[in-house]
Design a protein around this ligand. Structure first.
Ligand code: GUN
Ligand code: ZN
Length: 430
């Protein structure tokens, strides 16, 4: 058997503390094991122990380092690494000016292949081991992405973008080609190793009613597949949807009418929803992926995390690169904290870290497999420095009195530069 043992400060968050709970003591759902060995056998967590394992285990000593579950990103665009940090626009103009031109280049399978290799490498260099990903409309982009993820043994969810109107001709499919390509891709990739297929409706404005209906049929016909899209991100977008779908009660209702909402559905943003929409999300079990760096960068609005959570809406945390400004989950969580703070809410470090790990795993219905470092889970792991020597973070950590204080400073001030190693199913990747 393949036996690997990682030594360090192991943190595994099964559940977040109740809102407003005191943070001086370590909450019940937080499993903190400083100076412990994480034993990994055949790619899965075997045990967590203080005693050193015997010589049958290959040891990796990371004394004084933080060992976390690999991060999970519930919404990110592979082709958009090339448009991250593009200046000066809101969503609809940003799509036309920057995003669509870049995605057009992925019609060339060689471009898509190089792009997907770079994308997967960057995920791992940010400590992200799983993601729900938008490639492009082109079938070859899905082959390229799944091939790159499979080579690393990553748990990755994706599917070809469905878009048959309101985009440049080179980015459009048709209902017939979308069905043909989707069926072929599902047959070749869904359930292969750790890969799963996600029907990927770009957003309501770029699909006809016939294509939305097709997506609903594909989702129903293929159990275990996912549905991903965007909803209610930006006010001009919401207005456009109202105009395009006069018979829908709301933007979310467009998706509801086409049977696209269920426990395997992940909708990015969800800023401009009303109480009826939130009730519909709760009833169907559909997930909203919160994308804080994107929402502030594109000026889309402030997502109400606590309000949605209290109404029973399932939530995920996501980078939304390239609308988002970083693949780093630390930076994303720091921005989520600030978006909440602007609304008078406080998200504690345990809640934030949980959302990027076990919380996102559960949002993808993969809580049994990823997001935790408990026995039986696949050993997707990030090994992190607490701080760089002589850094402001190091100075701040020196003053910290509690684990919460340390973790909070680490999230606010840390990023991918602190990464030491990423393991996927036990195997080091960097
Ligand atoms: N809505 C439709 N397409 C996109 C996209 O690529 N990024 C974001 N943030 N929103 C979208
Ligand atoms: Zn997006």
């Amino acid at each position: 058997p393949q036996r690997i043992a990682l030594f360090g400060d192991v943190l595994d968050i099964a559940s977040p503390p109740p809102a407003g709970a005191p943070l001086d003591a370590i909450p019940d759902g937080v499993h903190w094991h400083p100076d412990h060995w994480l034993l990994i056998e055949n790619g899965r967590v075997h045990a967590l122990q203080a005693e050193a394992p015997d010589a049958s285990w290959t040891r990796h000593e990371h004394r004084g380092h933080l060992i976390l579950p690999g991060f999970v990103d519930t919404h990110v665009h592979a082709p958009q690494l090339d448009v991250i940090a593009s200046y000066g626009t809101e969503l609809l103009d940003w799509l036309n000016r920057y995003t669509f031109p870049t995605e057009l280049a992925w019609a060339d399978p060689a471009v898509a292949q190089a792009g997907c290799e770079a994308f997967v490498r960057q995920l791992l260099r940010h400590g992200t081991t799983s993601a729900l990903v938008f490639p492009t409309v082109h079938k070859g982009s899905v082959d390229a992405l799944f091939t790159a993820a499979q080579a690393r043994g990553m748990r990755l969810l994706a599917g070809k973008c469905l878009m048959d109107r309101h985009a440049p001709p080179g980015l459009l499919d048709t209902v017939a080609s979308a069905e043909r390509d989707s069926l072929d891709l599902i047959q070749r990739w869904h359930g292969q190793g750790r890969l799963a297929y996600a029907h990927t409706v770009r957003f309501a404005p770029t699909s006809t009613e016939a294509q939305l209906a097709l997506a609903g049929e594909l989702l129903a016909a293929h159990p275990g597949t996912y549905l991903q899209t965007h909803v209610a991100e930006n006010r001009a977008e919401v207005e456009w949807v109202r105009h395009l779908f006069p018979h829908a009660r709301s933007y979310l209702d467009v998706y509801a009418q086409h049977e696209l909402l269920g426990p395997h559905s992940v909708l990015a943003h969800g800023i401009w929803l009303d109480p009826d929409d939130r009730a519909r999300l709760q009833d169907t079990g559909a997930v909203i992926a919160h994308c804080p760096t994107s929402n502030t960068f594109l000026g889309s609005g402030l997502f109400d995390w606590r309000g949605n959570a209290e109404r029973g809406v399932r939530l995920g945390m996501a980078t939304d690169v390239g609308g988002g400004t970083s693949l780093s989950l630390q930076r994303t969580l720091a921005q989520a904290y600030q978006v909440a703070a602007l609304q008078g809410q406080r998200l504690d470090a345990y809640t934030l870290l949980h959302s990027a790990t076990a919380g996102n795993a559960e949002a993808l219905n993969l809580g049994h497999e990823i997001g935790r470092l408990a026995p039986g889970h696949v050993a997707d792991v990030g090994v992190w420095r607490w701080a760089d020597e002589d850094s402001l973070l190091a100075q701040r950590l020196g003053r910290a009195q509690t684990l919460h204080e340390k973790l909070f400073a680490w999230l606010m001030l840390g990023d991918e530069r602190l990464l030491v190693q990423t393991h996927v199913a036990g195997l080091p990747q960097l």
